[in-house]
Design a protein around this ligand. Structure first.
Ligand SMILES: NC(=O)c1ccc[n+]([C@@H]2O[C@H](COP(=O)([O-])OP(=O)(O)OC[C@H]3O[C@@H](n4cnc5c(N)ncnc54)[C@H](O)[C@@H]3O)[C@@H](O)[C@H]2O)c1
Ligand SMILES: O=C(O)C(=O)C[C@]1(C(=O)O)C=C[C@@H](O)C=C1
Length: 353
């Protein structure tokens, strides 16, 4: 993919795209309304600030949802030879706003949405590895050219992601289910903790952390995302409301077969989520290890796993304060778990079977 690439909005997403492009040796230019974000992103090695006379071949718009259409329009007007894409979480609303302003040059615009992010924002939270193995929706509209679509897919691949092509409206229905509803479910669960007694909160284990992480996200960003995708979000919320009523009824009748059915549907839903890299789910198993709270211990644990040839698919660390050891969960391929346990035990690690 040929540069220079201009990233407009050097926050979490923009700076991560910029760092991934730089990792692949592509020249990156940066623009942001915040001089501080621009300085920080440049300082992180994400590229250099845009200057007069620069001619980007691809513009990646990574501004907040409400600014997307304006930023995309400005990019199309300023660089008449560039392909323009964005990383916004909702695709139909900015496209409708763009069309309202005239669609004669929209063939150079193709929407995009990497399904990767964080509950943090700003350039300091960015990483080049953010998109590795993640889906990246590419959403051409009726007049997008195949060439522009290819460029946007090439960007996704260059960032290490797996491009998935779909129409903007389909995309919005899909993310209502896979991103916006999960976010709201996390918010509701986390909300039950806000005024909880300290004695209850002291019993917070990994389960509640797994379910609530994204609820720490910037509310301003999510107000914009939900506002832009309200009809599709309302559809899935309606389904959940009906199911919540059924759940309340089932819990009130101990031993009810309805509760078994609801729990089994949860199992079926988690099994339906595709594995990393978009492939089939490979069975994994968690290996739990006590890690002393000293500098370098985690690195030694990862090093030992690497030396015995076990790939760590995921890792969770229980950060409960006031304990001299942390409990670390290494998620590995099921067939490698016993080998890893035995190897770690022989190297003096305390594991939990
Ligand atoms: N946060 C996530 O997990 C995530 C994941 C995928 C996609 N997205 C989408 O990516 C976009 C950016 O989100 P983020 O999380 O990186 O937010 P962020 O707040 O970290 O970054 C946004 C950046 O845009 C800048 N900005 C605001 N208005 C601007 C303008 N008019 N011109 C130039 N720069 C401007 C801000 O100063 C900031 O640096 C959003 O549209 C969001 O929907 C977010
Ligand atoms: O991992 C996270 O922090 C995210 O929530 C990222 C997530 C998602 O729901 O998957 C959130 C919103 C974006 O539009 C895309 C990705």
């Amino acid at each position: 993919m040929a540069g220079p690439v201009l990233v407009v909005g050097a926050g979490l997403l923009g700076t991560s795209v910029a760092l991934a492009c730089r990792r692949a040796g592509v020249e990156v230019l940066l623009d942001d309304v915040s001089p501080e974000h621009l300085r920080t992103a440049s300082g992180l090695g994400a590229g250099r600030p845009l200057s007069e006379g620069d001619l980007p071949r691809l513009v990646v718009v990574a501004t907040p949802p409400q600014h997307l259409a304006t930023s995309i329009r400005a990019a199309l007007d300023t660089w008449p030879d560039a392909v323009v894409t964005d990383v916004g979480s909702v695709k139909e609303a900015p496209l409708t706003a763009l069309r309202a302003g005239g669609d004669d040059d929209l063939e150079r615009y193709v929407g995009g949405h990497p399904m990767a992010g964080s509950e943090r924002s700003g350039p300091l939270a960015a990483t080049a590895a953010l998109f590795d193995g993640r889906p990246w929706a590419v959403t051409p509209h009726e007049t997008s050219t195949p060439q522009a679509t290819d460029v946007v897919e090439a960007l996704a691949l260059l960032c290490g992601a797996v491009p998935t092509r779909l129409a903007p409206a389909d995309h919005d229905r899909a993310v209502a289910r896979t991103s916006h509803l999960p976010h709201l479910a996390a918010v509701l669960v986390a909300g039950r903790l806000a005024d909880a007694p300290p004695a209850h909160l002291a019993l917070s284990g990994q389960g509640v952390r797994d379910v609530t992480r994204v609820a720490a996200s910037d509310p301003a960003l999510w107000l914009e995302i939900l506002g832009a995708n309200a009809p599709a979000v309302l559809d899935v919320l309606g389904e959940v409301r009906a199911e919540l009523d059924a759940l309340i009824g089932a819990v009130a009748r101990p031993g009810s077969p309805d509760l078994t059915t609801i729990l089994a549907r949860g199992n079926a839903g988690t099994a339906a989520i595709p594995g990393k890299h978009g492939g089939p789910v490979r069975p994994t198993r968690s290996v739990f290890v006590s890690v002393p709270d000293h500098p370098g211990e985690l690195a030694r644990l990862f090093g030992d796993a690497g030396e015995v040839g076990v790939n760590i698919e995921d890792v969770h660390i229980d950060h409960d304060p006031g304990r001299p050891v942390g409990l670390t969960e290494l998620v590995v391929e099921e067939s490698r778990a016993e080998h890893l346990l035995a190897a770690l035990e022989s190297r003096g690690w305390t594991t939990h079977r």
